[in-house]
Design a binder for this molecule. Structure first.
Ligand code: NAD
Length: 335
């Protein structure tokens, strides 16, 4: 098969894939594709990543396409309905980094709770060794509210136990035996927001979860609580988040994902897209405001990024392609 890989930016990835997909015609691209920079038109398989959206225009262009296999867990960059219409199979990597993202969730949480970033900055950039404004808070005995108890959420729950955190969880599909085994309680989202010192999101982004945290429920958050988002930016209404931080409802936020992260990552993108609509512009401005707040930590969608997770992603992508080629596709994503 003709297989085109996008956003392959490290040499070892190409070598690794070439060794495992011997016999196929492979094409590697460091760049992302888009509606204005379309992918290989002959590809039968496209392996995509977060910055390469699979749109109707892309599908119209790649006429031989049979399989889209994304090297991510999330699939909100793929138009599933358009793929279904063209009978194109979509597969993802469901499990590569549940521990990886969960570990990063705690990296962000500890960075926030113990003011690690300003502490390091003080020593490195200012050469100062004082404690002014560096007092943090313990995790032991605090309540963490885990929104979404899927693969990543479950790892977060287990790590949370190790820190001696009390745990609440919300999931529309509660797993009662898990709650029993790990000793936590499922509550409504409103109750979780009202009772948690730490709120952490591990939910996929889809129409039903758009602005799961919004202007109506963010005001319910326990005063002084912190929000950690390593899932997707669109789960949180950015303007409401800025409002909650400015009005001392939330004491801090740690975000690996932003609602308009594409825009903020590459402002030149804005020019290419023409004038953004007012809502997008407002969100971009609110994101910028967040970037400069002292009680907000933002990382560049880096939670998945470990050596082990990268290898697991490629291994599963290879398995997805081989299974599809053998007529028994696996890890299929459907609307
Ligand atoms: P998963 O599918 O295993 O679990 C998702 C859970 O969310 C399920 O238990 C589901 O029932 C629950 N859920 C669905 N709708 C909900 C709602 N409205 N409210 C609360 N819970 C709801 O997914 P996962 O592997 O745990 O991953 C979670 C998300 O993390 C992914 O969808 C992806 O967006 C994100 N992610 C981010 C990174 C990163 O680098 N920052 C890496 C991987 C995944």
């Amino acid at each position: 098969m003709k297989i085109a890989f996008y956003e392959i930016t490290e040499n070892w990835q190409e070598d690794y894939l070439r060794a495992k997909l011997f016999g196929h015609q492979l094409y590697f691209y460091g760049a992302a594709f888009s509606d204005t920079s379309l992918p290989n038109k002959d590809a039968e398989v496209i392996s995509t990543f977060t910055n390469s959206p699979v749109t109707p225009k892309v599908l119209e262009h790649a006429k031989n396409l049979k399989l889209v296999t994304t090297r991510t867990t999330g699939f909100d960059h793929i138009d599933l309905a358009a793929c279904a219409e063209k009978k194109i199979t979509v597969s993802n990597v469901p499990f590569y980094g549940e521990n990886t993202v969960a570990e990063f969730t705690f990296a962000l949480l500890l960075a926030l709770s113990r003011k690690v970033y300003p502490a390091i900055k003080r020593v490195r950039e200012e050469g100062l060794f004082n404690y002014d404004n560096l007092r943090g808070f313990d995790l032991l005995g605090k309540t963490i509210g885990v929104v979404g108890t899927g693969h990543i959420g479950q790892c977060v729950l287990k790590i949370a136990k190790g820190f001696g955190l009390e745990i609440l969880a919300y999931d529309p599909y509660p797993k009662d035996s898990l709650a029993k085994d790990l000793g936590f309680k499922y509550v409504s989202l409103d109750e979780l927001l009202a009772s948690s010192d730490i709120i952490t999101l591990h939910v996929p982004y889809m129409p039903e979860t758009h602005h799961l945290i919004n202007k109506d429920n963010i005001r319910l958050c326990k005063k002084g609580s912190v929000l950690v988002n390593t899932a997707r930016g669109g789960l949180v209404d950015t303007e409401s988040l800025v409002w909650a931080l400015q009005n001392n409802i939330l004491a801090g936020a740690a975000l690996d994902v932003l609602e308009e992260e594409g825009f903020i990552k590459d402002e030149a993108h804005l020019l290419g897209q023409g004038h953004p609509n007012e809502q997008q512009l407002k969100t971009v401005l609110a994101d910028h405001e967040l970037v400069y707040m002292d009680n907000v930590i933002i990382t560049p969608h880096n939670a998945f990024n470990t050596i082990e997770a990268m290898k697991r992603i490629l291994d599963t992508t290879v398995e997805n392609i081989q299974a599809f080629a053998a007529g028994k596709p696996i890890n299929i994503v459907k609307k």
